[in-house]
Design a protein around this ligand. Structure first.
Ligand code: FES
Length: 174
């Protein structure tokens, strides 16, 4: 039997469109959110709080600088999070029981890893040399080693990791 009721046909047409649109949105919205969502957020979050480097007694007064890895308990990006991420390394020197200095082990020239050579720091990549306190002595680096903030809390050494732009005379945080 033919359906000649125009109102019924209009209603069926509208209902079909509404159901189709609803199903389409149910599928499309989560997909669009999945693809676009990280773009609206900070993509990488590293620690801005001081990081624990262990008991301060690990660092003997008057000893040569000691290299320690700087490890973040958690780093997140738009998609994932990772635990115990090595951010870099620092050279720690304790000159007095209450005086501790930290220098970034990242070369301020182009970012190679700085090594301790017995009486000063040396970058193996282009031979920039730095004094024990981090001042530039020779080589292409335009500035001295980058100092990092440290403090002792409840007998534990806390370091704030800061990364500076390489290849410039001034310290610009990145
Ligand atoms: S990267 Fe260190 S001197 Fe060039």
């Amino acid at each position: 039997m033919a359906d000649n009721d125009p109102d019924r046909r209009k209603f069926l047409k509208a209902a079909t469109c509404a159901v189709g649109t609803g199903v389409g949105l149910m599928v499309a919205v989560p997909v669009i959110r999945l693809v676009v969502d990280p773009a609206t957020r900070t993509t990488v979050t590293g620690p801005t709080e001081p990081l624990d480097l262990g008991n301060v007694d690990r660092f003997r007064v008057g000893a040569p600088p000691r290299r320690v890895e700087v490890i973040a308990p958690m780093v997140k990006d738009g998609w994932t999070s990772a635990r115990d991420v090595v951010l870099g390394a620092a050279w720690i020197r304790r000159t007095e029981p209450t005086k501790i200095e930290a220098l970034s082990a990242v070369c301020p020239h182009l970012g190679c890893a700085i090594g301790w050579e017995g009486k000063d720091f040396l970058c193996p990549c282009h031979d920039s040399r730095f004094s024990v306190t981090g001042e530039k002595q020779s080589g292409p680096s335009e500035r001295g080693l980058d100092p990092l903030p440290v403090e002792v809390r409840n007998g534990r050494l806390q370091l704030t990791w800061v990364r500076y732009k390489p290849g410039s005379a001034t310290r610009e945080q990145v």
